[in-house]
Design a protein around this ligand. Sequence first.
Ligand code: COA
Length: 568
Amino acid sequence: MEEILRVLLVASAFNSLTQRVHTELRRRGHTVGVELALGDDLLRARVARFRPELILAPMLTTAIPEDIWTEYTVLIVHPGPMGDRGPSSLDWAISTGAREWGVTVLQAVEEMDAGPIWASVPFPVASCGKSELYRNEVSDAAVAAVLLAVQRFADGDAEPEPLDYDRPDVRGRLRPYHTQENRRIDWSADDTETVLRKLRAADSQPGVLDELFGREYFVHGGHREDRLRGTPGAVIATRDGAICRATVDGAVWLPQLRRRRTPGGPKTFKQPAVDALRADLADDVPEVPVTPAEASVRDTWSELRYHEQGSVGYLEFAFAGGAMSTAQCRRLLAAYRQACARPIRALVLGPDRDFFSNGIHLNVIEAADDPAEESWRNINAMNDLVEAILTTTDILVISALAGNAAAGGVMLALAADEVWCRESVVLNPHYRLMGLYGSEYWTYSLPRRVGTAEAARLTREPLPVGAAAAGEIGLVDRVLPGGTQRFRDQVRRDAAALADSPELADRLTAKKRQREADESVKPLARYRAEELAQMRRNFFDEGEPYHGLRRNFVYNVAPPATPAYLLG
Ligand code: COA
């Protein structure tokens, strides 16, 4: 059995990978603390208090001070293959078209990324944006490498291998910072492939600095368009908040923009592209919609796709950052209703990869003239969607989580009859970090699944829950192994088997009865009214922390110290 260790995670933010490592190590019995890298002295004090046997940095953009790495073993997770060094590894992987990349766990030494190697795990580079790659393939490889390194360290009989560029398996090299100069798009010369590669390498951070209507913006995200064409560089269409820009041999969709900050001017944040451009966008740029069904057989950008296989419908939604604005909720609800009207027996909800949902759209709310009112509209639109799912009794609804979910996004998933999730998924079933009571009928669906005491614990302690733990407490019904492709294949097989099973009719009858029984005990409308009464206070009352917390989140303001809930 592996020795139990005291592990201190040091990270620039408690991001998805750090959360995943946190859940995986705790699950193996290790005592895990987290320290955000907010200054060397704060870190020294924490190390002295926590007395770790091992320090691990899953995502660190600064250096660990020498006095710490000389006294403790400090392992750094580097998102590059052996020998790769520098601050822009994934940007280079994508921009150079690498098919395979790696994650290496190396020991901290004087020179950045040059320490002895504890573990290295390869992964295939999917054709997607950098942060999507990071949350999926990179994260899976990183966790495998971390677990290997921790085990080697705990066993005490393995020595890390020095970095040796003469070895044939050391193929990486030191690469410079990937500047905006490397990223710049020449709309009059770059073909669609090149434009997409540049956009993907910069997504979601820092974006590609570009010019639109005489102003500078960072462009975030990028998808191919199969039909629309125009003068290279021209904005030729809009769709659901995104703009379509022509290239020399096609066109690309750009979903989000962030205005470049002017010197001394206010900080800026990402917005749906159409919102960011506002008055600059000419009236004659047409809105070119696509139906979810059409989108599933075309190579174009759409947040919604719908297709059927046998008696199962698949409604895929993919919202940038998992955030769902009022408009996005309403569009998804319309697509959900359409799907339910089809002659199907089961409906699978969820994107192919990446975030399932992270709840209401905090950036769109921040940009609104009246953020409290927009928060109210957004939560009501979420609730309408969740209510539609909860009251569907003639179809079996399955939430399939290939990626993470948080806050109202978790509760959205729980509205379905079954929740299946990939083993790598991390759930944050709480609203506390945003200072919200929460809605999305969580007071109905969460205790129904995990019991009242567990529901109270989950919403009180704002810690991430790994898929395996979520399965054990009944938060999710099934945990499926493997990468996103394997997950998708398994979901297809199992959903088809369920939909075609002779028991389905009985199950749907039982579901209808249960809903009626629940409704007679306490109507859904009452759950909603009670939750919204609390949310109204959160949104509209003086002195509530929500607006400040939201602003800090949207503007990415670092906390002054590591929050208490992470101290372990
Ligand atoms: N609204 C707007 N943007 C959101 C969002 C939301 N609800 N949730 C996530 N995002 C954005 C992030 O700002 C980030 O944008 P970036 O790529 O430009 O940096 C991106 O989605 C990915 O999120 P990030 O925080 O980097 O991912 P993570 O995996 O490290 O952390 C969460 C995920 C969900 C824990 C964290 O994003 C979070 O706390 N989100 C807010 C959840 C919430 O309170 N929702 C509202 C209540 S229902």
